[in-house]
Design a protein around this ligand. Sequence first.
Ligand SMILES: [Ca+2]
Ligand SMILES: [Ca+2]
Ligand SMILES: [Ca+2]
Length: 244
Amino acid sequence: MSQRAKLYHLPPIVLRKLLISRVLAPIAILSACSSKPAGEQPRAEYDETTGRLREIVFDANKNGKNDTVSYMDGTRIVRIELDLDENGKVERWDFYRPDGKLDKVGLASQNDGVMDSQAFYTAGGELQRIEISTKRDSRFDRTEFYEKNVLVRSQDDANGDGRPDKWDEYTARPDHPPGEPAYAITATAFDDSGSGRPERRFVYGPNGSIARVEADPDGTSRWQVRPVPPLTRVAAARPRSRKP
Ligand SMILES: [Ca+2]
Ligand SMILES: [Ca+2]
Ligand SMILES: [Ca+2]
């Protein structure tokens, strides 16, 4: 699992219980008490016209300073924004579906309020894919696909035209040495002509060597083997470790 995937696989903060036990209940208690405990208190805001609960601000890490905002539609959680290091910049967004299940999690890799990746989950809570804005410009130009929380393939829009033009396939390395990625790239395909589909493919052998070069110029998905170039090691064949 990549470092980024590990981050996303952190259990989403379960704020439904938290909101009830540590936020909504304390708000009700505090409103009935004359003496208040030290530190910032949870705060609820309501829509002026409908009276519906709209926002709850509270102290998730319990250090006396509010750090988290839960945007609400009545009792339903719509989105939670976390600034757990309290630098004034959100570093994580949890988005919820109308049925209450987690939809996606956004992260700011530089803890600056700029969401540069977002992870999507199945209805069962399994990581499905991560979209990454490699230039941090709100365009998500790389997508990683996961099965059972393992990276299996990815696609990149290297030339920025909105369509993928590079595709990688991966295999798990369950016995990877410490500090090395838990996966290795097994093949890389490129769209050379702008057709929007893979046309040339490198299939890698052990240690990143090129086992064969294939071409599919006609888009028939029948890959034809091409001569292997004399230098059989390429930098692109090495497994990459993406730091979030
Ligand atoms: Ca806090
Ligand atoms: Ca922060
Ligand atoms: Ca492209």
